[in-house]
Design a protein. Structure first.
Length: 151
């Protein structure tokens, strides 16, 4: 498996050096778990949207992005998910990685320092070259949209 470099730095203002680097939980995991760098417990009421600090910044190899994705246990077990899933960290972004979470559950949920709140997946990026044409090729599907094939 190829390993693409992602440069990483702790942000001094966050004092997050006691947290773990984002890491793969198993040998074949696609995503690296990210810990919350909150200074005190953060309670998310049902419906709340919060931006959770990670305490670090990254420099991604050009031609790649880091996708911010939900952790399945938080999503299924508590309704906590990434609000703009998947979020994108672009190769030219140098600010703090922050995780936008939403509580879709019916109960409040508390995020504590060091809780694994999301995962980062490194993915290649290809860019589109838009071509203006008079009309598009016909397909069997045509303009059939959401749910057009049934359940």
């Amino acid at each position: 498996m190829d390993k693409v470099p992602v440069r990483f730095t702790w942000l001094e203002s966050r004092h997050a050096r006691d947290l773990a680097l984002p890491l793969y939980a198993t040998g074949l995991a696609a995503g690296m778990d990210v810990q919350a760098a909150v200074d005190e417990p953060l309670t998310m009421a049902a419906g709340d949207i919060v931006l959770v600090p990670s305490g670090f910044a990254v420099a991604i190899t050009p031609g790649y992005e880091l996708q911010v994705r939900p952790r399945s246990g938080l999503a299924v077990g508590h309704g906590i998910t990434v609000i703009n899933a998947p979020g994108t960290i672009d190769a030219d972004y140098r600010g703090e990685v922050r995780i936008g979470l939403v509580n879709l559950g019916r109960q409040s949920f508390v995020i504590r320092r060091g809780d694994r709140i999301a995962q980062l997946v490194l993915a290649p990026v290809c860019r589109a070259r838009l071509e203006v044409v008079e009309r598009l090729d016909r397909t069997a599907r045509g303009s059939g949209g959401f749910g057009h094939t049934g359940i």
